[in-house]
Design a protein around this ligand. Structure first.
Ligand code: CO8
Length: 260
């Protein structure tokens, strides 16, 4: 009996959870099995007290080449409506309260680009290519792309990419603000893990509050967002870690966070 490879590889390195998309023959095309497995693994890491940050990565050739076209090709409107396509399992990532870093090498197209956009930080290898080519299939970037891309890089560049299916390289993605940094391919694993480990070393409840506050900037007016941020800051004074962090600074030593 052939042994089936898991579609998502799960690894724990210290306080970092690493999820590797693993359908290399299909360039990590995102089918239901993969999105179910990814969602379940994300929720497991989110619930695991020993994990402080999560990395999602793919292979050398592809982060992910988008939603699985061979699966979608036969679906009717009623199929996708009744099954709540995308909302059902792609949006699990929105429930994750810990920081999530996308480490992208090779193609991040369509849903692959949208998955990266749903992460909190995107690190690109020099080989990374980003595009939302759904229009070529007479579809549209329906996994958050039409909303997150303009928020990330502005309407002009988002319209250009979505309407023309233009693919951009890592340098352009960096310039647009779609990614936070570009590293040589051979350094992607090391750099993304080091970044995740650094983040995971901070106080977890502070990270969660911070992530929630930054995400609020996408959804709220400035005054609502500032009000939310201020309440989050005030709430930090109820945490053991904030007192430990400030005390450690004054005592010129490293803080010993208990994540409380
Ligand atoms: N789905 C299924 N299979 C795929 C996909 C995909 N998205 N991408 C690649 N594959 C498969 C190919 O069919 C091929 O399989 P096989 O070897 O059996 O023929 C294998 O992966 C390798 O692909 P290529 O031979 O094409 O590799 P290349 O290096 O020549 O090209 C590309 C790489 C440019 C990435 C090319 O594969 C490509 O254009 N892929 C499709 C990209 C795309 O259009 N993505 C968007 C898909 S739609 C989407 O993501 C929508 C998300 C939002 C959902 C809401 C919609 C309703």
């Amino acid at each position: 009996m052939p042994i089936t490879e898991p579609v998502v590889l799960i690894e724990t390195i210290g306080r970092v959870g690493v999820l590797t998309l693993n359908r290399p023959r299909q360039l990590n095309a995102l089918d239901d099995a993969l999105m179910d497995a990814l969602g379940a693994a994300l929720l497991d890491f989110d619930a695991n007290d020993t994990i402080g940050a999560i990395v999602i990565t793919g292979g050398d050739k592809a982060f992910a080449a988008g939603a699985d076209i061979s699966a979608m090709a036969h679906w009717s409107y009623m199929d996708v409506y009744r099954s709540d396509f995308i909302t059902r399992n792609w949006e699990t990532i929105r429930k994750v309260r810990k920081p999530v870093i996308a480490a992208v090498a090779g193609v991040a197209m369509g849903g692959g680009c949208e998955l990266a956009l749903a992460c909190d930080i995107v690190i690109a290898a020099e080989s990374a290519r980003f595009g939302l080519p759904e229009i070529k299939l007479a579809l549209l970037p329906g996994a958050g792309g039409t909303q997150r891309l303009p928020r990330a890089i502005g309407k002009a560049k988002a319209m250009d990419m979505c309407l023309s299916a233009r693919v951009i390289d890592a340098t352009e993605a960096d310039r647009f603000g779609l990614v936070s940094r570009v590293v040589p391919d051979e350094k992607l694993r090391e750099e993304s893990h080091a970044l995740a480990a650094r983040v995971a070393g901070f106080s977890l409840p502070a990270l969660m509050a911070l992530k929630e506050a930054v995400n609020r900037a996408w959804e709220a007016s400035l005054s609502e967002g500032i009000g939310f941020e201020r309440r989050q800051l005030h709430a930090r004074f109820a945490s053991e870690d904030a007192h430990e962090g400030m005390k450690a600074f004054l005592e010129k030593r490293l803080p010993d966070f208990t994540h409380r």
